[in-house]
Ligand binder design. Structure first.
Ligand SMILES: NC(=O)c1ccc[n+]([C@@H]2O[C@H](COP(=O)([O-])OP(=O)(O)OC[C@H]3O[C@@H](n4cnc5c(N)ncnc54)[C@H](O)[C@@H]3O)[C@@H](O)[C@H]2O)c1
Length: 339
């Protein structure tokens, strides 16, 4: 009855290029600020606490005629079964008929759109002459954060990488990132950039202009006393209730923007500081799309501390699906199946 398109991970890797991804993520933030999108309530279910869970993020991109969802399952025991613990599947539907349009593997989509989100937070809030970037977390999403930030900030001179659990993994990350940027993501970068693994996060915090946190931490990793005036934070790791990466005192002193206010209050970096009464809802300056549309000013001074709290909405996955289908059609990629 319905013909839909299926794209596997390798096909999404082939067709999604960083510049276009950044443009599309920015466009979604703009549309959201103009009321042209809807984010539906998040569903989360734990099959076995700490062992197996799933969440469904869904939404509607009115201007693109699409609605849909991404289902992410996390089954920790998969490692012993030679399967990835985290599996993402994106499903897209036509908003005029409700008919399914396609299914895509969600892992590359998640990485690249999340990288673009963190970097766009920096584009709109960090000091434009920023030269030092600190990545807190050296996992899957960290590579995409660096790739997108270097795309938008060609003047970055040094990238610090910190892994709270394993310094060796930060070292390996720092040694292999250049190859990853070039071969996997095709990101041209200034060959003078230094990628340095760090074990002293206090010192690295004080030396950095932009800090991107991308860990599942539940205890703050960065403290207010270490932060220099003018620092920008893109907080990416906290996307589930109880996660927290930076000291709530930083948030109390910062001008804060979010990707989606309700979702961030429920599961983002601002969740616990609001619940604990350190900041109020009114302390949040707005959603990032409001800076993009010119409704609200972003950074107000060179010395101001700024924070972008991004929990990642399905809107980003849907626009990635649209872009991937368009590029796959041009390249003759993907499989058509009848439902
Ligand atoms: N906001 C979004 O749109 C979005 C999208 C994807 C992932 N995420 C979140 O980002 C985080 C990182 O995702 P990933 O796929 O890169 O994970 P990953 O497992 O590949 O890497 C996690 C990194 O954090 C470190 N780490 C693990 N536990 C820690 C802890 N308790 N304290 C400090 N460091 C710790 C690890 O050593 C590793 O360096 C997760 O919380 C994930 O849910 C958010």
């Amino acid at each position: 009855m319905f013909q839909l398109k299926v794209l596997c991970k390798e096909e999404t890797e082939q067709v999604l290029k960083m510049n276009a991804v950044i443009e599309n993520v920015e466009e979604v933030y703009r549309q959201k600020a103009l009321g042209e999108t809807e984010v539906f309530p998040l569903i989360f279910h734990e099959f076995q606490p700490g062992i197996a869970d799933m969440d469904i993020k869904s939404g509607w991109l009115k201007g693109s005629g699409l609605f849909g969802l991404k289902l992410v399952s996390w089954f920790g025991d998969n490692i012993g079964k030679q399967l990835p613990p985290l599996i993402g599947t994106v499903m897209v539907f036509d908003d005029s008929t409700g008919a399914p349009l396609g299914i895509l593997d969600g892992s590359y989509i998640t990485g690249i759109r999340t990288g673009a989100a963190g970097a766009l937070g920096a584009k709109y809030l960090a000091n434009p002459d920023s030269q030092r970037l600190l990545l807190v977390g050296a996992g899957h999403v960290a590579t995409f954060q660096i790739a997108a930030t270097l795309t938008l900030f060609p003047n970055i001179k040094e990238v610090f990488i910190y892994d709270a659990l394993d310094y060796k993994s930060a070292e390996i990350f720092a040694q292999t990132i250049k190859e990853g940027l070039l071969k996997t993501l095709n990101i041209p970068y200034n060959s003078d950039i230094q990628f340095t693994a760090v074990s002293d996060i206090q010192k690295a915090t004080a030396q950095s202009d932009i800090i991107i946190t991308v860990t599942p931490a539940r205890t703050p990793l960065i403290h207010w006393e270490w932060v220099q005036p003018g620092t920008h934070f893109s907080c990416i790791g906290a996307d589930m209730s109880g996660k927290e990466e930076i000291d709530s005192e930083i948030l109390r002193h910062a001008r804060i923007f979010v990707d989606d206010l309700e979702q961030c209050i429920n599961v983002g970096e601002i969740e616990l500081p609001i619940k604990n009464g350190i900041i109020s809802r009114e302390h949040i300056a707005g959603e990032i799309g409001e800076i993009i549309t010119g409704k609200t000013a972003g950074r107000e001074s060179k010395e101001q501390i700024t924070v972008f709290d991004a929990t990642g909405t399905a809107l980003l996955d849907l626009i990635m699906a649209k872009l991937a289908f368009k590029e796959a059609d041009k390249a003759g990629l993907g499989t058509r199946v009848n439902l």
